[in-house]
Design a protein around this ligand. Structure first.
Ligand code: AMP
Ligand code: GLY
Length: 430
């Protein structure tokens, strides 16, 4: 088969890497790809979000007889790429635009959770800044304020005091710092507990959870500093018991898939549940409509079953016929970022040591913000490389991942030193 993967991050590198292991796959293309993806796939210079990109991808897929397209990020899905590809008789893995609304609109997602009795934080929706400000004068803090719509993971603000809440409301609704995503906001109860990402494959009828994972969103150790796209992850989460799997399946995942189907929004693809494990059980913070980044980079290396077979089963409505198998190992990912990320940082800096790190047993390097200049790999983004190690347990994978990370260098490289520590602590307390 010829496969086209859409995207350019560490997640898409991991997807290409896993697809490449399938006996069903002959050639992989990736649009637009990155410096590392180019070593295992043919990069195609079409960038999601650029003018006419869906039509250009359809043209590419048709003329190159692509058998299956896999979408990495949410933007093309929210833009309806799946509907357009299907109209052109092209096979594509991911939810339709109608189903993609669960990530594209947080207001839709929260109301959907409510009408399907899916446990989530209590919330109110506001369409104008004045009534939102009036409301926060009478709530207890902290509260969480969320812009509706896609805001590249930055549209959620946790406010500890009224002044912060008023500033957040003004920034989102009046200044429109997230553009149209600021036309409505959600103000919700702040939940506490461990945050866990549970991704699932679904064919619209059945849903199978992948191994659980934990992301590390803040830039600095001990969860300090601003949020980022993700500075590291590990899988599986040590507190994830079979009982928790069943609870999430019964109370969250199945009502989601069934509710969407009943509302005429049948969902196929990967669905991501962002969960808070509270003292009152798991509560759903958000849906994403695709693999998480960097969760994907630790979950896919543990997948035993052929990913193409799973994707085809999802698209053909026969996921229940598959027995999806996982390795009984742990995986851990350390993200190497450009100094200054998530604000401003330098680009085009030469990177050394990737080859040495890649030679290490049980270590894989997934590229994110890299490109090739004069035959050398250089930085081209905020999150640059994902160093992933696999091993029998988290302490062992942590040691291995950091040994590999220490071999790689570029000017002002920054990475967290505590990825995995919470897992080690959770396992110790249990
Ligand atoms: P979301 O995009 O909705 O997942 O929000 C981004 C991040 O904000 C989450 O990963 C949580 O860390 C945090 N968050 C969102 N909603 C809540 C909430 N109700 N209580 C506490 N933290 C939250
Ligand atoms: N790791 C969070 C996300 O992919 O949205």
């Amino acid at each position: 088969m010829k496969i086209l993967v859409i995207g350019s991050g560490g997640r898409e590198h991991a997807i290409c890497w896993k697809l490449k292991q399938s006996k069903l796959v002959d050639t992989i293309y990736c649009a637009p790809g990155n410096g590392g993806i180019g070593q295992i796939a043919e990069c195609v210079p079409i960038v999601p979000g650029s003018s006419g990109y869906i039509q250009r991808l359809i043209h590419f897929a048709t003329t190159n007889r692509i058998d299956l397209t896999v979408v990495g990020s949410e933007l093309p899905l929210a833009d309806g790429i799946v509907d357009h590809f299907r109209e052109a008789n092209l096979k594509i893995f991911g939810p339709s635009k109608d189903a993609a609304i669960v990530e594209a609109s947080k207001v839709f997602a929260k109301r959907f959770m409510l009408r399907n009795s899916i446990p989530t934080a209590r919330f109110q929706v506001f369409k104008d800044a004045q009534s939102a400000v009036e409301y926060v004068r009478h709530v207890s803090f902290p509260v969480v304020i969320k812009a509706d719509g896609l805001a590249a993971g930055k549209g959620v603000i946790i406010c500890n005091r009224i002044e912060e809440a008023i500033a957040a409301i003004n920034n989102i609704m009046v200044e429109r710092i997230f553009n149209e995503a600021g036309s409505q906001i959600i103000i919700e109860e702040c939940l506490t507990g461990e945050e866990v990402s549970v991704l699932a494959f679904t064919d619209g009828e059945h849903a199978v959870q992948m191994l659980s994972a934990q992301d590390h969103k803040r830039i600095f150790d001990h969860d300090k500093g601003p949020n980022t796209g993700g500075m590291g992850a590990y899988a599986p989460y040590p507190g994830f018991t079979p009982q928790l799997y069943d609870l999430i399946q019964k109370d969250i995942l199945e009502p989601t898939i069934q509710g969407l189907r009943e509302e005429g929004r049948k969902y196929t693809g990967v669905i991501y549940l962002g969960l808070m494990l509270t003292s009152n059980g798991p509560k759903l913070l958000e849906y994403n409509i695709r693999f998480g980044d960097p969760e994907c980079q630790v979950v896919l290396p543990l997948l035993e079953t052929d990913l193409v077979e799973i994707m085809l089963a999802c698209m053909e409505g026969r996921l229940n016929e598959l027995d999806i198998k996982w390795k009984h190992l742990s995986a851990l990912c350390v993200v190497l970022a450009s100094g200054g990320y998530p604000t401003s940082y330098k680009k085009n800096l030469p990177i050394t040591g990737i080859d040495e790190a890649e030679k290490m047993k049980d270590v894989t390097i997934f590229h994110a913000g890299t490109s090739i200049a004069d035959d050398r790999i250089v930085t081209s983004g905020g999150r640059v490389l994902n160093v992933v190690a696999c091993g029998d347990n988290i302490p062992q994978t942590k040691k291995l991942a950091y040994e590999a990370a220490s071999l790689i260098n570029f000017e002002a490289v920054h990475y967290r030193k505590d990825i995995g520590d919470r897992a080690i602590e959770t396992a110790r307390v249990k």
